[in-house]
Design a protein. Structure first.
Length: 225
């Protein structure tokens, strides 16, 4: 019947609206923006690095290892929340980890997986898949940083992250470092804007209805006099 068809069409429209909202919720506020990215090899004859940043969100990183690196590999990781104004003095230390066992950390990262993709590791399969370091070409292609995978909530702001890789064998040798400045800015999704607009519209309707009711009551009072 026509009435049933109309109901079905309405249901489809509602489902489409929900689908659109779901798509809109997956927006750019999940990724961090690269303001600066710098990396250097301190053993350029043994480790060669190159990198590029695309659209301030995607990183390409290449590393060619020419020699074996026996002994123990350690890493230092530092993270700070910077002042909202570039060059400002109000910064806050968030993370300071020194002498971490790189091989153990690498193994832990390889065992972490995406919730949405069962069995897919957070760590790229093309980058440093073995430890200690062995000769080979390792790379990360078009990678971004998704804040959903952070153990702590990342609020809007500017951040500085530094990483150092160190070899401890006959002597202590700094192998390479990486310095990243990031910005997180929450971008309101279309569905959230629609919800706010709807709430604002409802508030205006309620206010208008209240005003009309008050006018009616006032008129009634005047008529009685």
């Amino acid at each position: 019947m026509k009435g049933d068809d109309d109901d079905d069409d309405d249901d489809d429209d509602v489902e489409d609206d929900y689908d659109d909202d779901d798509d809109d919720d997956v927006d750019d506020d999940l990724n961090l923006q690269f303001d600066e990215f710098y990396s250097k090899s301190f053993v350029p004859n043994n480790i060669i690095v190159s990198y590029s940043v695309q659209n301030m969100e995607m990183i390409n990183y290449n590393m060619s290892v020419k020699d074996n690196f026996p002994g123990k590999l350690l890493m230092h990781i530092f993270a700070r929340k910077l002042d909202t104004v570039p060059g400002g003095k109000n910064s806050q230390e968030m993370l300071k980890m020194k002498n971490l066992d790189f091989c153990q950390a690498l193994e832990s990262l390889r065992n972490m997986t995406f919730d949405d993709f069962q069995g897919e590791s957070l760590w790229p399969s093309t980058f440093l898949i073995s430890c200690p370091l062995t000769p080979g070409f390792y790379y990360v292609d078009n990678a971004s940083i998704d804040v959903r995978h952070f153990p702590l909530r990342i609020v809007d702001g500017r951040y500085l992250v530094q990483f150092e890789l160190i070899q401890v064998y006959d002597e202590v040798v700094k192998l390479l470092n990486c310095k990243i400045k990031l910005t997180k800015t929450t971008i309101e999704s279309k569905s959230e804007k629609t919800r706010k607009k709807s709430r604002f519209g409802n508030d205006k309707s309620d206010t208008k209805a209240t005003s009309i009711k008050e006018l009616e009551l006032s008129s009634n009072v005047k008529c009685r006099h």
